[in-house]
Design a protein around this ligand. Structure first.
Ligand code: GLA
Length: 476
């Protein structure tokens, strides 16, 4: 990430003293592999040149203070005794508390003789754009805390801890966002596998960029899209439970898969086509009521909800009015996982045409089977494709947020101006400004990105800022 302009000056002006270190944590775009992470299948994101920068200074008391260069975010100050008291839902102070609670739960820091910090925060990811600003914030806060307490850690372990910690901020998610923010490498996408977390670098051929286009429909994970995200996670768990039952009956061997990824069709001795036929037969193509699912599982409705419909904050996700869509979700996840493998092969052989087609197919599946697209995202995809994009798709959770478009770098400026003309009408900009109270900024709406480095800590000494890799270490 490029240094966030003026955050150190802002720190000095605000606190009247010198900061001692800077933390940067990037946001991400996911090239392919959408809603696969919590199902145990891989994802393929890159870190981007936008994220969170914090200039900070450890304090001797366990008191935490975050000021923000953006006036929309009021200063948050609290002591360690107050971490369990949430700010209102969606408040940015909850991310700091969530990071701390995650570190304490995991024993990475101790509440005895704990040091706090005070910091000035600058964010360059448009909020609720689906580029992972909340995970970048949690990662950045965690790194400030670890640095303030001289704690050594393993980045991979930290990614897993912080993925769990997000529940304290009321956010639902798999493990992709924290992992890419911490583990990304320049010029590479990262294949991330889960349960346990594993990574593999995949190099992106030079001369290609991903253009991000914001649909201007906010995709806040803590508000409107939360229920829609949870619903998909619940549907996948219910599909897994029903498949366990029918496969056990079919094979005579007790199958107890926890996630869809535990049900590999090859291990089950089926071809892909046989697996899909089996899935269609046992998950149906229409929607399912809770009653029908419970009956098929041999459970009562309450038990079924408790086992499969409990979401990370402990509440029960109640049956949607239109019922659960199990086969569609199942097929998306299985096909999308295969597309991740195919996309990696395409990248390894420099076949960007195939990568583009896989991205297009991923979008179609997100739209038709996982049902996470929107009119605006679909329109951006059509605009992208008709202006020379090799592959266009929504990125992240969906329900708003951004699309990405695979473009040759030399054509990126032309592409950007074409999309700006075609999508960002005065009416749309006005509606965005009215609903968010924010000023529309062209550079935040459409921009080009290449894979960037993951999070880092830089310490200020007499020679200036130097990164301290000995503290941000581990992984491998
Ligand atoms: C959100 C979650 C991720 C992942 C994506 C969808 O960004 O935080 O873990 O599930 O949605 O791929």
């Amino acid at each position: 990430m490029t240094p966030s302009k003026n955050v150190w000056e802002a720190y000095r002006r605000s606190y009247g003293s010198q900061y001692s270190a800077i933390v940067r944590a990037p946001g991400r775009v996911n090239i392919i592999g959408e809603h696969t992470d919590y199902n145990g299948f891989p994802v393929l994101p890159i870190a981007i040149d936008r994220g969170i920068t914090i200039a900070f200074e450890p304090t001797s008391e366990p008191v935490f203070e975050a000021r923000n260069m953006n006036n929309c975010f009021s200063t948050r100050t609290f002591s360690i005794e107050e971490i369990a008291h949430q700010y209102p839902q969606g408040d940015w102070g909850n991310y700091l508390k969530a990071a701390l609670r995650g570190l304490i739960d995991a024993g990475m820091i101790s509440t005895i003789a704990m040091r706090g910090f005070r910091g000035m925060v600058h964010g360059t990811i448009p909020p609720s754009s689906g580029l992972s600003s909340s995970s970048a914030l949690i990662v950045a806060f965690a790194l400030c805390t670890l640095h303030a307490n001289d704690a050594r850690f393993d980045k991979r372990e930290l990614a897993e801890i912080l993925a769990k910690a997000e529940k304290y901020a009321g956010i639902e998610g798999g493990g992709m966002d924290q992992a890419i923010s911490l583990l990304a490498e320049k010029d590479h996408a990262l294949r991330i596998d889960f349960f346990p977390l594993r990574t593999k670098l995949v190099s992106i051929p030079p001369g290609w960029v991903f253009i991000v286009c914001d649909s201007l429909v906010q995709a806040s994970k803590t508000e409107s899209s939360r229920a829609a995200y949870n619903r998909r996670a619940v549907e996948c768990r219910l599909a897994t439970a029903l498949l366990n039952k029918s496969m056990t009956a079919e094979t005579g061997v007790k199958i107890e898969a926890e996630r869809l990824s535990d049900l590999n069709h090859e291990q089950l001795g089926m071809t892909y086509d046989q697996y899909m036929t089996f899935g269609r037969l046992h998950l149906g193509s229409s929607s399912w009521s809770l009653y029908k699912i419970a009956r098929s599982l041999g459970l009562d409705e309450r038990e079924t909800e408790e086992r499969y419909c409990t979401v990370t904050d402990g509440s029960i996700f109640t049956q949607p009015e239109d019922g659960y869509m199990l086969f569609k979700r199942f097929k998306h996840v299985i096909d999308e996982a295969q597309r991740v493998d195919d996309a990696i092969k395409a990248l390894e052989s420099g076949d960007m045409k195939t990568l583009g087609s896989l991205m297009d197919a991923s979008h179609a599946s997100c739209r038709n089977l996982y049902c996470i697209s929107s009119v605006e995202l679909d329109e951006l995809v059509i605009i992208g494709k008709s202006n020379g994009s090799y592959g266009s798709r929504l990125t992240g959770a969906g329900f708003g947020g951004c699309t990405i478009h695979l473009i040759q770098e030399e054509k990126s400026n032309t592409f950007i101006s074409q999309v700006l003309n075609a999508f960002y009408t005065a009416k749309r900009i006005h509606a965005f400004e009215q609903s968010t109270g924010e000023e529309f900024r062209v550079d935040d709406a459409v921009f080009s990105c290449k894979p960037e480095m993951g999070a880092m800590i830089e310490k200020l000494d007499r020679r200036g800022l130097s990164s301290i890799s000995s503290v941000v270490e581990g992984g491998g």
